[in-house]
Design a binder for this molecule. Structure first.
Ligand code: F6R
Ligand code: MG
Ligand code: MG
Length: 375
């Protein structure tokens, strides 16, 4: 029997230094301390603590399966400890994404974002974890389509018989809380019809069609739908498996050689170009952005992340690479062009999407000023 192992990424905005731009070291240290303890106790086998802008991110590898109450409680309790620290330092937005107080077995619906994937380990199992700030889960729709369905992106779809038969996409309708599975290439046009609306339809999982091998899992939280009002953006994470009959690492990364537009910049209310960055640039500055994404590469084997002789996980900071300089340059240029338009669409989100941010407050203020107009 192949070994079963779970990769969990759980993240939360628990407070930032100077606005909403980064996670300061004392909070990362709390993550490090608590996950190290959990590793020593045997609850998890490996972990890596990092940040995507103002989101604290926990990558954990363990044997407990998806939605495990002990794993989710570990993340939850660690976030709460970090919130206390953030409050004691009077950091900005302390506890921003903590929307519920009583933990009841699972962090889903409580504020943190979660992507999890239980796998049967292959002979060698390369992974990429993506984490983005100032955007939303649908931001992954475009690259997921490119990676798993577009033969001009992924050469393997054409020339690797291991991928013959294509991939199946689970798409979640986050407004209606319904899901549908569509198979590519056969249902590609239907898939695009849905996921071209990333604020509503989100690619949540991808499987290889010929054997249902799980290859991608994305967080799908909509904080505004949980809280009933805008409380911050649902900055997303995604786990993708690579190689040997799946898209190669390079096919997974190539969509990011150009920037593309995502929703969620400044106050969750603007379009912005997504900028791939290394961890050292994982902070959202100009106009609280531009929206940024980091990518970490690692190997999962024997129930953990392959590590060095000191036990430290071997993590490759994939966007810390001149290959993405052009995308970064484009992102700056497009950002500047959009910002020239100020609060006029399409720089600002459409009125419909703004209903989930701060527009209702503005309309409420103006309500009594409106009078009937002559036709
Ligand atoms: C937060 C975010 C930021 C804030 C903005 C205003 O995740 O995206 O763009 O929305 O900085 O923040 P407040 O209302 O806290 O002053
Ligand atoms: Mg924040
Ligand atoms: Mg954030």
């Amino acid at each position: 029997m192949p070994e079963k192992t779970t990769v969990s990424v759980i993240k939360c905005d628990i407070g930032s230094l100077a606005g909403h731009h980064t996670v300061p070291k004392p909070l990362l240290d709390i993550g490090e301390k608590c996950l190290k303890k959990a590793q020593k106790s045997g609850l998890i086998n490996s972990y890596y603590v990092f940040n995507a802008g103002d989101d604290l991110e926990f990558l954990m590898v363990h044997k407990k399966g998806e939605n495990n109450p002990d794993i989710h409680k570990l993340a939850w309790d660690t976030f709460l400890e970090a919130v206390e620290k953030a409050k004691s330092l009077k950091l900005y937005g302390a506890g921003q994404d903590i929307l519920r107080t009583a933990f009841s077995g699972n962090v889903r619906g409580m504020g943190p974002g979660v992507a999890e994937m239980e796998i049967e380990e292959r002979g060698s199992d390369p992974f990429v974890v993506f984490a983005a700030d100032k955007t939303e889960p649908g931001a992954f729709n475009y690259p997921m389509f490119k990676i798993f369905a577009d033969p001009s992106n992924t050469a393997g779809l054409v020339i690797d018989p291991g991928m013959a038969g294509g991939f199946k996409f689970e798409v979640l309708d986050v407004m209606e809380n319904k899901k549908v599975v569509l198979k590519c290439p056969e249902e590609m046009y239907d898939l695009i019809a849905l996921i071209g609306t990333p604020g509503r339809y989100v690619v949540s999982r991808v499987w290889r069609a010929r054997d249902d091998l799980i290859c991608a899992a994305t967080s799908t939280t909509r904080l505004s739908l949980i809280a009933g009002k805008y409380v911050g953006k649902d900055d997303p994470v995604s786990i993708v498996r690579a190689q040997h009959g799946l898209p190669a690492l390079g096919e997974i990364l190539v969509p990011f050689m150009h920037t593309y537009f995502v929703e969620g910049w400044m106050r969750g209310s603007h379009w912005g170009p997504l900028m791939p960055v290394g961890l050292k640039d994982s902070k959202c500055t100009a106009f609280d952005g531009p929206p940024r994404i980091v990518a970490l590469g690692f190997q999962v084997g024997h129930g953990k992340i392959a590590s060095d002789d000191n036990g430290d996980p071997l993590i490759s900071d994939l966007f810390d690479d001149p290959a993405f300089d052009l995308a970064r340059r484009e992102a700056v240029e497009y950002a500047v062009a959009l910002r020239r338009m100020g609060e006029f669409e399409p720089a600002r989100l459409s009125a419909e999407t703004m209903e989930y941010t701060t527009l209702p407050k503005v309309l409420e203020k103006l309500k009594d000023k409106f009078v009937g107009a002559e036709s």
